[in-house]
Every structure is written in C-alpha cells, then in structure tokens.
Design a protein around this ligand. Structure first.
Ligand code: TNX
Length: 554
C-alpha cells in the first residue's frame, strides 16, 4: 500500500503531498496546542539543511537532532548557520498561503532552530499568516516550551532556551515515520505533517528513578535510560546510589565505600560501582539531553553496605555481614556518634561537587530503628550539611517530621492521598514530588503473571498508571505545591537492561504525560491510541517493551 501511495504521488506531479503516516497530534506527551495544516507537510530530502541561529545552545540541539536522524534516513543533514535572509523566506512563503512546490531535487530546505530571544513573534507567524488565535506568545514559552512550525518549505523550532529546542526536536522525531528509530538506513518517505504546535510543561519536575544499588547497572545502561527519559520530555534522573546491598559511587575521603561496599548486590552477584569519571559521564550525557541528575545517598537507614566498609559507623561498632537479601529497615548509621556526621559531610560534599544540578536527595525512608528525636535530630543535621554544599534538600516523605529548610522537596510515595502529615508539611513550606506507590512505581507488576516486579502497592497496568491527576491527588495540597512527578524503579527483581525497559515501557510515557501535558488534554482513549504508535518505534530501535493489553498495538 505504501508503494502504491508513493507511485500515485509521483504520477500526481511535483506536488508531493501524500497522506502523512503520522498526524500532527500524534505526540506523547500530548502538546498544549496542535493546529494541523494538511496542505503544509514537509519532506526531508538529501538537500535538507539544519539552519541554526547564532547561539551555542541551538547548535548543540541541531547536532543532536542531526545525529538522531542520520542513521535511519541516511541523509547528510548538515548543520549550518542561518543565512541573514533565512527568516524572511520560509515564513514568508507560508504567509502567502501559496507554498512553493518542492521536491527531492529542489532548493535546499531548512530546519531552523532559533533560540535567540531576538526572534520576534512576527518572524515566526507573520501578520499574513492566518495565525491561530489564543496561542501563547513566543515570550510565554518559558524555560522549556517550544513552538514547532511545519510548512512545505521549512520546519522551524522556536524556543527561549536550548531545553525548549530539544523538546521541540523530540516532538519532530515523533512526527517522522516510526522507521526513523532504525539504527540502519531505511527506504522511507520522511514526511512531517504540516501545521503548528505550541507546547510547554505543566510541571517543572518530571523524572524517573533508577535503583542502581539493589542491582548494579553499567554506565551504558544508565545512558540508555536517559535516552528514554529525554524522548518523553522527562527532565530529571534520580539515581538511588546507595542501599543495604551496595554502595555505588566512589568517595575519595572514605575510599573503602565503593570497592568494599559496592562488591555485593541482591542475590549475591559481584555488584559494581561508578568511578567519579563514570558519574561525570552520566551527568554530561544527561545534560546534553537537558536531564538533571539527582543523586541520592540514602540516610540514616538503608546503609548496610556502608557499614560493611566502615564498621566504625555501625551502632556498637559491630561489623555487619554483607547483605544480599531484599528486606528493608534493619540498618542505620549511628546517630549518636560524631564520626557519623563527618561521614555525612564528606560524602555529601563530594557528591555535591560532582553534581551540577541543584538537588541532593538524602533518602530518609524506612529508618525503622532510628526513632523520634534521634531521627529528626539526624535529619536536621544532614539537611544543614546539604545546605552548606549549596544544594537543595530532597528526601522521601518520611523527612516531614524534621524541620523544614528552605526549598525542601519531599518525595511522596504513599498509596493513600488522604495524608494529613503531608498536607501539614506543605503548609510548613515543603513542596512535593509525587510518586504514588500504587500509580507511579515502575517495580509494581502489570498483572499477576508479570515475571518480575512486586505487588505490595497493587498491580499497575498502563491505564492505572495514567488515570490520576498530580494536581488534585493529595487532600488539602494545592497544585502549586506540587513540583512534579517521578516514577521510581526499584531493582530487587530487575537484573538486566531488558528488564528495565520491560518495566519502563509503556508506563513511563503515561507518567510523562501527567507531568508535561495540560490537564485539558487528559484522555485515556486518545492516549492509548497515541501510545500504540510507539510500539513500532521501540521495535525499530531494538527496545524491549511490555505488550500491555491496555494498548491497541498495531
Ligand atoms: C520501598 S519506596 C522502598 C524501597 C523498596 C521498595 C520496593 C521507598 C522509599 N523505599 O526500599 O525497594 O519499597 O518496592
């Protein structure tokens, strides 16, 4: 059928406008505004050039986009600085309403990335353009928004920041045929549906967590997870770096932590740990995709691996045996010993120094053996140490009884949104990241027969992962207190990258849509259809995913 369509198009002459295989609205997460123009499809050809405004950030995104599109398309897609007249011609051609015929051997086509604040709204949608009323002005795109204009002669992405441009590039990627995900050349008509998208996120924080402590994952695996996040416009990767079963980050001032504490994992394997250069590589790879790394050092519980390396931190200084099971809540660093606070300050200081992002996550969950004032006293000192590193405290919501510090963010992982303690913490100034165990936990099974995962918070298939509203989920907590959402992946039962991808996909895009898209777009029937189109994309990219019966896969 595709072959027939191609032939029909060619006999129709130079006006190459076949039905685009993807519609302009087929994007996950759903964009804020979509205005299709079926007469304005754009086709990538051997003459397509990525033109950029004179801005370092725009160049980085253009190079990123070109690298993304070259393997499947086999097109050269050179990146070039925009010619001075560039802004006039493509937008002007569109404004007249008479798109010029273009073809594979026609004049060079342009993809314009423009991050400069000097871009005026006029140069994007001129007065002659039957411009959609009510679209946010370019100036309202904020720090992550973008505008994508597709006309027969140009694709233009406009944003105020490189992050916005990258989100626009990810949208453009989804508007190309699924075969664009192939790592080897494919014969395809690389058409982008015409029209305009104006888009920006609902919540500032959209993330996923990977537990690299229960099972260790190689740097390459983490980079691949970052790719999945960026694809769906998630902007934070929380790394759970330490737990009872393993310590995964090198610390110079306590040199035994990683090689000794990192030598174990659940089930008894050899574990592993990241050198500082490994960690820097992860951070840099994430930064290129506008993903911020949030490192977690879980304290005062979940610390058996640290105690194996340094028994002096253990209560009574009794060396514990290494732990490779899956129980929680038994270990803790001694809150009554001053040496513990040297340890906390040294570790947090080194991790902060390695981390460009603003956040430092100090855990705080399930410290069942450190109760009452011993717990709040410990956490309050740890919080002051975080402040002294210049970072902002993030912790699991068990931190709430400890005094609020400036900017503090609690990560809520409860299963009952009626939580008066959390509502009180918010009144005290805390903001929240929502990770409801029974909605956002990626280690929950999809169904009773899911081969890996847990079910303590219930079964979570795609519909359940999608059907809640972070803005109203918690009683007496206003949407303004919600910084965003995060999907944690605990890895007690997860041992390979394929396992990770199986649990991430297709649920991660559901959470991404809750975090990004305006509530007005929320629609299960539409979401499952849009999501279905991603199955062939993942297959083309060699990504494992769960063929959930909730989704009408093609
Ligand atoms: C609870 S959620 C934990 C983790 C486990 C997880 C398993 C949270 C803050 N703590 O230690 O890995 O359940 O689902």
């Amino acid at each position: 059928a595709a072959e027939l369509a191609r032939t029909a198009t060619q006999t129709a002459g130079a006006q190459l406008t076949p039905a685009a295989p993807v519609a302009l609205g087929d994007v996950v997460p759903a964009p804020e505004r979509v205005l299709p123009d079926p007469a304005a499809d754009f086709t990538l050809t051997a003459n397509t050039v990525l033109r950029i405004s004179p801005d370092g950030g725009a160049r980085d995104v253009a190079v990123f986009l070109a690298e993304l599109l070259r393997p499947a398309t086999g097109l050269p897609l050179p990146v070039a600085d925009a010619a001075p007249t560039d802004s006039a011609s493509p937008a002007g051609a569109h404004a007249t309403g008479t798109p010029e015929p273009v073809g594979p051997s026609g004049a060079p086509l342009t993809l314009t990335l423009d991050a400069a604040a000097t871009v005026t709204v006029d140069s994007v949608a001129g007065p002659g353009d039957a411009g959609p009323a009510g679209l946010p002005e370019t100036g309202e795109l904020g720090v992550e928004g973008y505008r994508l204009d597709v006309t027969p002669t140009a694709v233009r992405i406009t944003a105020l920041t490189a992050a916005g441009l990258l989100h626009g590039a990810q949208t453009l990627r989804q508007l190309l045929p699924a075969a664009v995900e192939s790592r080897t050349p494919v014969t395809e008509r690389w058409t982008v549906p015409g029209g305009t998208i104006v888009d920006r996120p609902r919540f500032a924080y959209r993330g996923a967590m990977l537990d690299v402590a229960r099972h260790f994952f190689a740097v390459e695996d983490v980079l691949r997870v970052i790719d999945h996040l960026a694809r769906y416009k998630l902007n934070h990767l929380h790394l759970h770096l330490t737990d009872d079963q393993g310590w995964r980050i090198a610390v110079d001032s306590w040199p035994r932590l990683a090689p000794v504490g990192g030598a174990t994992q659940v089930g008894g394997g050899t574990g592993g740990w990241y050198t500082k250069d490994d960690y820097r590589r992860i951070v840099a790879y994430a930064a290129r995709r506008h993903v911020t790394v949030v490192p977690e050092i879980d304290l005062p519980g979940h610390t058996n691996a640290a105690l194996v390396a340094y028994p002096e931190l253990a209560p009574g200084k009794v060396p514990p045996p290494p732990y490779t099971g899956t129980e929680v809540g038994f270990s803790y660093v001694d809150p009554a010993d001053e040496r513990t606070y040297d340890f906390v300050a040294d570790v947090l200081g080194e991790v902060a120094a390695l981390t460009p992002g603003p956040w430092l996550h100090i855990g705080g969950d399930e410290a069942f053996k450190v109760k009452g004032e011993a717990y709040t006293g410990f956490v309050e000192r740890a919080q002051r140490i975080v402040e002294s590193t210049g970072k902002t405290v993030v912790g699991w919501h068990q931190l709430a009884p400890a005094a609020h510090v400036d900017g503090r963010v609690l990560q809520w992982w409860g299963t009952n949104g009626d939580d008066p303690d959390i509502a009180a913490a918010v009144r005290g100034g805390d903001r929240l990241i929502l990770s409801p165990g029974n909605r956002a936990y990626l280690d929950m099974k999809y169904a009773p027969d899911t081969p890996i995962g847990h079910d303590w918070a219930g079964l979570i298939d795609v519909h359940r992962a999608y059907d809640w509203d972070p803005g109203t989920h918690l009683t007496d907590v206003p949407a303004e207190a919600v910084l965003g959402v995060e999907a944690p992946l605990w890895t007690e039962s997860v041992t390979t990258l394929a396992d990770i991808e199986f649990l991430l996909l297709p649920r991660l895009p559901a959470l991404a849509e809750l975090g990004w898209s305006p509530r007005a777009t929320h629609d299960w029937a539409g979401f499952r259809e849009r999501l279905a189109g991603h199955g062939p994309r993942w297959t083309a990219a060699g990504i494992t995913f769960h063929r959930s019966p909730d989704v009408p896969w093609p």
